[in-house]
Design a protein around this ligand. Structure first.
Ligand code: AMP
Length: 215
C-alpha cells in the first residue's frame, strides 16, 4: 500500500504515520526527518536546507524530488510507503506521478488531515521531544508523568525543533496555504482522496484514518 498523508504542519501526520507503519507494515518516509538528519550530519543537502527550514520556507523542488526518487527505490519500500511531508508543491506532485508511473507503482490513498490554524500554532509552539528516544510531548497537553523524565526511556534530555516557534510556524502555515494546499484538487480529482478531521483524540483520528484507508 502506497499512501500520502497531507496536512499543515502540526496536523499530526508524523504521529499517524507511525501508527500506520505498525498496522500495515509499510515504511514512513518523512522528508522533514530526512532533511533534519542531513542538517545534523552536515551533508551538502543539509547545509543548503538549514536556513530555509529555519525560515519556515520550502527547500527547492529539484532537491526534494531527487531525495524521494532515491528513497522509494530502497528495498524496505517494497511492501509500500507513507509519504509524510511530500509532495508539498504542485511541481512535486507532478514529479511524484511520473516517478510512480515509471516504476509501475500506484498511489492507493491520499488522506488529508485537517486542523484549524489557531490549534496548529498552539500544538507546534508547545511541543518538544525526548532527545534520546524521540518520544513526543507537549507543554500543555502531554507532559511526562514525572517532570523532566521521559516516560518511555527515562532520559532527562529533551529537545525542540529549531522551527517550532511562533514566528517560523506562521511562515510554515503560509507556505502550506500558498504552495501545498493547491495540490489538493489534483488528488481530489483522482478519486482516492479522503479528508479526516485532525482535531481531538489521537486514537479517534487513527480510527478515522484507518477507516479511510480500508474504505
Ligand atoms: P516537516 O518536518 O514536514 O514539518 O518539514 C520541516 C521543514 O522541512 C519544512 O518547513 C521545509 O522547510 C522542509 N521540507 C520538508 N519537506 C519538504 C518538501 N517536500 N518540500 C520542501 N521543503 C520541505
Amino acid at each position: 500500500m502506497n499512501l500520502i498523508l497531507l496536512g499543515p504542519p502540526g496536523a499530526g501526520k508524523g504521529t499517524q504515520a507511525q501508527r500506520l507503519v505498525e498496522r500495515f507494515r509499510i515504511v514512513q518516509i518523512s522528508t522533514g526527518d530526512m532533511l533534519r538528519a542531513a542538517v545534523k550530519a552536515g551533508t551538502a543537502l543539509g547545509t543548503q536546507a538549514k536556513a530555509i527550514m529555519e525560515a519556515g520556507e520550502l527547500v527547492p523542488d529539484e532537491l526534494m524530488v531527487a531525495l524521494i526518487a532515491e528513497r522509494i527505490e530502497a528495498p524496505d519500500c517494497a511492501n509500500g510507503f507513507i509519504l509524510d511531508g511530500f509532495p508539498r508543491t504542485v511541481a512535486q506532485a507532478a514529479a511524484l506521478d511520473e516517478m510512480l508511473a515509471e516504476r509501475g507503482l500506484v498511489l492507493d490513498r491520499v488522506v488529508a488531515i485537517e486542523v484549524d490554524e489557531e490549534a496548529l500554532i498552539e500544538r507546534i509552539v508547545g511541543r518538544f521531544s525526548c532527545a534520546d528516544c524521540g518520544a513526543g510531548y507537549h507543554e500543555r497537553f502531554n507532559l511526562p508523568a514525572t517532570e523532566g523524565v521521559c516516560d518511555q526511556c527515562g532520559s532527562t534530555n529533551f529537545t525542540r525543533r529549531a522551527d517550532d516557534n511562533r514566528e517560523t510556524m506562521i511562515a510554515r502555515l503560509a507556505a502550506y496555504r500558498e504552495q501545498t494546499a493547491p495540490i489538493i484538487p489534483h488528488y481530489e480529482a483522482g478519486g482516492r482522496f479522503a479528508r479526516v478531521d485532525g482535531g481531538g483524540d489521537i486514537d479517534a483520528i487513527t480510527a478515522d484514518v484507518v477507516a479511510a484507508l480500508e474504505r
